[in-house]
Write a protein that binds this ligand. Structure first.
Ligand code: GMT
Length: 372
């Protein structure tokens, strides 16, 4: 099939899922066309069956805000027409579902019908889409999609509750490629910590919703009892606040801020415990990536995290903001070598529920159902 995927190309989870989906579909022989404003970060240059179409927004001084949706709709219509696209799959409702609706209307005038699937990822509903500024347009474009999917049961119920969407929502969870070869270079644990130090990691876009100050406070509790290092991966508005908190708590030397990287596997290979204490999380892809690498997770119980992290098996879930409980559970896992090994094994096993080989056919089935 010819499939067009619209997504954000950055480090956010929705862009990662869209990119990994496109790559998996391409490996299965589909022609995949990415439409976005820059090359997706997880996309390797020169992949088989992958095509990239850049959305360029012409700057014009009259516009206070440059009309990205307009440029995106035009590009979508062009790609759909030129490459005989069978299915348009947009990830993250804002503004992609809205721009997709416009592209569909433009093409209809030329007698071209293309079905659109909208995949909801989380903040497009719970944080941004729910805001009065966008709500009506988001609800409209979701209702106008031919098929709507959400990445968890929790996000599905949030969407129905917050937006009053009439459309049926199918849950297709996020996935992981368990057959991905391990990084070629050996795991470089020695450059991060001493042999007797445990390694705790957090990966996110450092937005308020991730509660990175809680990450630092949980680690502060851990390092009072056990020899450990904290590795902070990613970047965003809360990074400096977290950095300052490390200085205030006197633990700066034990915390490394690495910034953004797409080499997550190279970090997870030496990680002993992953922290994700978010205030809201539709799924928690980074937690799944950690589990798949055999890393137990201490998370909050927000949103869909309970559908990913299994209480007492792959890690623990605690109430949002309860840093003492999270530190206590973290110490419980880390303090006993045998117990840590069991949690690591269980985390890997729990990730198998989200194997790409199970999940990708769910999307393919939907594509087949709606393609003309
Ligand atoms: O919060 C992020 O990390 C970014 C955001 C995005 O859309 O890029 O992530 C959302 O989508 C991910 C992929 O489906 C989910 O794993 C995240 O849980 C979700 N984030 C939130 O709901 C806060």
């Amino acid at each position: 099939m010819n499939i067009a995927i619209v997504c954000y190309p950055t480090f956010g989870g929705s862009g990662v899922v869209a990119t990994e989906l496109g790559l998996a579909l391409a490996r299965k022989g589909h022609q995949v066309h990415f439409i976005t404003y820059s090359y997706p970060v997880r996309l390797d240059f020169l992949e088989m069956n992958i095509h990239f179409h850049e959305v360029h927004v012409e700057e014009y001084p009259l516009f206070h805000y440059q009309p990205y949706e307009l440029a995106l709709s035009s590009k979508m219509a062009y790609v759909i027409k030129t490459y005989r696209i069978d299915v348009l799959h947009v990830h993250y409702a804002i503004p992609h579902a809205y721009a997709g609706y416009m592209a569909k209307q433009m093409l209809k005038r030329e007698g071209i019908e293309v079905p659109m699937i909208t995949t909801l990822h989380g903040t497009d509903i719970t944080l941004v889409g729910n805001h009065p500024t966008y709500k009506d347009a988001v609800r409209f474009s979701i209702n106008e999609s031919d098929i709507v999917t959400s990445v968890s049961e929790s996000l599905k119920s949030d969407t129905l509750r917050l937006l009053g969407v009439e459309k049926d929502i199918k849950v297709i969870p996020n996935f992981i490629n368990l057959k991905k070869p391990a990084p070629i270079s050996p795991c470089k644990r020695a450059i991060m910590a001493a042999p007797d130090e445990l390694i705790v990691t957090h990966i996110s876009n450092f937005r308020k919703v991730k509660r990175v100050d809680d990450v630092v406070r949980i680690f502060n509790g851990i390092q009072q009892r056990l020899k450990a290092k904290l590795i902070m991966v990613g970047d965003g508005p809360e990074r400096e606040i977290a950095d300052q908190l490390c200085k205030d708590l006197g633990i700066k030397k034990k915390v490394l801020f690495l910034g953004n990287t797409s080499d997550i596997d190279k970090i997870l290979c030496f990680t002993d415990l992953f922290l994700l204490p978010s205030a809201s999380e539709s799924f928690g892809l980074s937690a799944l990536e950690a589990m798949a690498a055999g890393v137990p997770v201490i998370s909050s119980n927000a949103g869909g995290l309970g559908e990913v992290n299994v209480q007492g098996v792959s890690g623990y879930l605690c109430d949002i903001g309860d840093v003492e409980a999270m530190a206590e559970k973290a110490i419980y896992i880390l303090e006993d070598t045998e117990r840590l090994a069991t949690f690591k094994k269980n985390a890997k096993k729990a990730a198998e529920r989200f194997d790409e080989e199970t999940i990708i056919p769910m999307y393919e089935k939907l594509y087949m159902e709606i393609a003309n």
